[in-house]
Design a protein around this ligand. Structure first.
Ligand SMILES: Nc1ncnc2c1ncn2[C@@H]1O[C@H](COP(=O)(O)OP(=O)(O)OP(=O)(O)O)[C@@H](O)[C@H]1O
Length: 773
């Protein structure tokens, strides 16, 4: 139906114009308020009385608070001016006579005079029925309990720049045209919000109860990253009183990815949420200055297996990663820290000369019991305080005791000797001895505490880690169970080789962060209350455990896809382990997303076939939303020149069509370099090569290794396998799956017959042989 023929067109147009007018007036009022508050603040500064500044100070602080609130609202108003809402629901609450017409947008706005809701925030409880509810009787959660009612209408609007472009009524038979349109669009270089098309299964995750750690296993393109960001916006809105935005921390795989997601939260009106890569966070918290061996080095070695002669070395590297990511290693560290704790206080009393102020056992008790809630080094100031206080108290009585002792001697002298030169000399000697002793006690008291504390260890985190990680005896002492001595010896040598060069590997970061927390405490308090880990399939159990421990919270949203677990050698192969071993028993919630929104049916079907080939248990194939495109094309060629011709031709075609973002994905960085060099040599097409150091992708054509493309998406993808082989092995299949599922609309593979031999195993008809030579 054309827009103007819609029966409610006039009414809706008027509603939109009225709302926009109200928004514009609200913007002007906010600007006026801002001017007034700023002028008042300037005045308050002028009036600031150096002797009694309390009134002006309160004025300045209050203004700052109002300004802050105003700015937050102001940004939302500016955004709403162009598109105040995207949908409407007509909802009649149980018991009410009439339905309410509620217009849902990215913020809430009520008319000042009568509190009439002009826009209802998408995060408000009632808006949930827009995402969840079919027409008819529905229910939604409110803080006061479940509210039922009748959803009489669901209407969607296309509004651009304040213009009403479409109205669509959603009934039981309508497929989600809005969603189809959103998915069919080309993407630029940043992820976008999806408030108007959130699906019911996604809504459940966004609004899931805050109290339980939430684990989401979601297929490639199922919206995990997007939903994680919407969940944060929802939680901040719903628990405004409990959380500040900077209590949330998002951990993402790399800076490129952080840049890619950087627009979603501001677009949802949320600022100041903390974001970091695990590497940056671990460096900041552990304070180590050791260099990180390239974080992907191990993966690259494993990927390049076909050219690696020594498979034993690869197996060892795999085992080392697995061990360092395990909770067994964490347990070993706990026992190691416990041994440091036991040996921390020397077997020496704290004395003031010959007087014992505290016995060694008493100090040990304080250290091991009274202050046991603190990390070891944080207990030193407490011990210092205790020693100083007791010394201060005892010093006076000790001195008094000494003085009394000598005074008694002198008195006895007087009682037992007649006045004489001899008696006088002895008395003077006693007096001198007394004064000397008192003086000495006073002097010793000044340095006694420092002297005692100097007996305590003073090391840094690297010292302890080194001590633990390079000595095989530690594995006998602290490892529970019988360690494999050959493995332990190789592991210690591996660690020694790294640490001697003042280098660490990715897996050491968790251990260092954990050790720093247990032994020293962190230098700064980040006050993180809620953690969101994206691409969590690449984490180890120890990594998640350590984050939970050090931030002292079970409030987690963990999202990942085991089918994309190219770092699974680090640990997580099954979410059950996280559910059962990391969090409190029975506390975790586990949800899955099977629907994939990114790519076409044709591309998803081909990619699913790759996962089937892996034979990995428990991986559910993704279900694409109904959106068709061309079947992926394969170019099987033998001559390098011809492969390059095909690549150039395909790129030219894709560039001339509507695609904004195109990726040439290779298995390794080396292969990326080769392709880039060949393209540059011909000089007909330019493409930037992305590396792990890149912090942003600005669109256009890029050449990128598969492991770095994880999490990103492109309108068109060309997978190039010029020299690298993809074998029928778990890691290669996962890398290929990741590469294939990055494509939104178009996918091609350019390869030799040999290096993509695994494609022979695919079911017929899923891909098109464009060229076969
Ligand atoms: N409900 C939705 N409406 C519109 N677009 C959606 C919806 N859900 C997801 N998408 C789109 O699907 C694409 C994939 O989303 P996202 O990157 O969040 O998925 P993912 O599960 O994190 O993917 P991967 O694991 O493959 O990296 C994005 O373009 C996103 O905008």
């Amino acid at each position: 139906m054309s827009l103007k023929k819609h029966p409610d067109y006039r009414e809706e147009l008027k509603r939109l114009e009225d709302t926009i007018e109200y928004v514009i007036n609200a913007i002007s009022a906010a600007e006026e308020n801002r001017r007034r508050l700023r002028a008042d603040t300037r005045e308050a500064y002028v009036d600031l009385d150096p002797l009694d500044s309390s009134l002006s100070y309160v004025r300045i602080m209050t203004n700052a608070k109002f300004l802050d609130m105003l700015e937050k609202n102001y940004d939302g108003l500016i955004r709403s001016r162009k598109k105040p809402y995207f949908s409407r629901i007509d909802f009649r609450s149980d018991g009410a006579a009439e339905p309410e017409k509620l217009y849902i947008g990215k913020m809430s706005l009520s008319r000042a005079e009568d509190d009439f809701p002009l826009i209802v925030d998408w995060r408000s409880p009632i808006a949930s029925v827009y995402y969840d509810g079919r027409l008819g009787h529905v229910a939604y959660n409110t803080p006061a309990g479940i509210q039922g009612g009748e959803l009489q209408m669901k209407r969607q609007y296309t509004i651009n720049n304040g213009n009403l472009e479409n109205i669509l009524d959603v009934d039981i038979t309508t497929t989600d045209t809005f969603l189809q349109a959103a998915l069919g669009e080309n993407k630029d270089n940043r992820l976008k919000d999806i408030v108007s098309t959130i699906q019911a299964e996604q809504n459940e995750i966004i609004r899931a109860d805050i109290g339980s750690p939430l684990i989401v296993q979601g297929a490639a393109g199922s919206g995990k990253t997007t939903i994680a960001l919407h969940r944060i916006a929802y939680l901040i809105y719903t628990y405004e009183e409990t959380f500040d935005p900077d209590n949330f921390l998002i951990i993402a795989p790399n800076s490129l990815f952080l840049n890619y997601i950087s627009e979603v939260l501001p677009e949802l009106g949320v600022e100041k949420v903390r974001q970091s890569t695990f590497i940056d966070l671990a460096y900041e918290l552990s304070g180590t200055s050791y260099k990180l061996a390239s974080p992907d080095e191990k993966l690259i070695k494993l990927i390049s297996h076909s050219r690696q002669a020594d498979s034993n070395e690869l197996e060892l590297l795999r085992r080392i990663s697995e061990f360092k990511g395990s909770l067994e290693f964490k347990g070993m560290m706990d026992r190691y820290v416990a041994s440091l704790e036991q040996a921390f206080i020397p077997n020496q009393n704290f004395n003031l000369e010959e007087h014992t102020i505290f016995t060694a056992d008493e100090i040990k008790k304080m250290f091991l019991t009274d202050f046991s809630y603190l990390p070891l080094y944080k207990r030193i100031p407490e011990i210092k305080k205790a020693l100083s206080n007791k010394l201060k108290r005892d010093r006076a009585s000790i001195i008094k005791e000494v003085e009394d002792y000598y005074d008694k001697q002198i008195e006895r002298l007087r009682d037992t000797m007649k006045p004489s030169e001899e008696r006088r000399a002895q008395a003077v000697a006693l007096m001198d001895a007394r004064d000397g002793k008192v003086e000495s006690l006073k002097r010793t008291a000044k340095t006694a505490v420092a002297k005692y504390l100097s007996l305590l260890p003073r090391q840094d985190v690297m010292h302890y880690y080194r001590e633990l990680a390079v000595n095989p005896e530690n594995f006998t002492e602290f490892y529970r169970g019988v360690p494999d001595s050959v493995f332990v010896s190789c592991l210690c040598k591996h660690n020694l080789a790294l640490l001697s060069k003042k280098t660490i590997e990715y897996e050491d970061l968790t251990a260092l962060m954990y050790l720093k927390y247990k032994v020293f405490a962190f230098d700064k308090n980040m006050d993180i209350k809620y953690m969101i880990i994206d691409e969590a399939q690449d984490f180890s159990l120890f990594q998640i455990y350590a984050l939970k421990e050090i931030f002292d919270t079970e409030l987690f949203t963990i999202l990942g896809d085991l089918a994309q677990g190219i770092h699974s050698y680090r640990g997580i192969t099954d979410w059950k382990e996280v559910v059962q071993r990391v969090f409190k028993r029975g506390n975790c919630r586990y949800l899955t997303l099977e629907q994939s929104y990114r790519t076409t049916i044709e591309i998803m079907n081909a990619a699913n076939e790759i996962i089937k080939m892996s034979g990995l248990q428990g991986l559910v194939p993704a279900k694409p939303v109904v959106r068709h495109g061309e079947k992926p094309g394969i170019y099987r060629l033998t001559a390098k020149d011809k492969m390059l011709d095909a690549l150039e031709e395909r790129l030219k075609l894709l560039k001339s069509s509507r695609y904004n973002t195109i990726a040439v994905i290779c298995k390794t960085t080396e292969e990326c370099g080769r392709v880039k060099k060949l393209l540059d040599k011909r000089g007909r097409l330019s493409a930037k090569q992305l590396s792990p150091d890149d912090i942003s992708y600005e669109g256009g054509t890029v050449i990128v290794p598969s492991y770095l493309a994880k999490g990103l998406e492109f309108d068109a993808v060309i997978i190039c396998a010029f020299e690298d082989d993809y074998l029928l092995e778990e890691l290669d299949l996962k890398l290929l799956y990741v590469a294939m599922t990055r494509a939104l609309h178009s996918l091609d593979i350019i390869c030799t017959d040999k290096n993509m031999a695994l494609l022979e195993q695919m079911a017929e008809g899923l891909m098109v042989d464009v060229v076969k030579e």
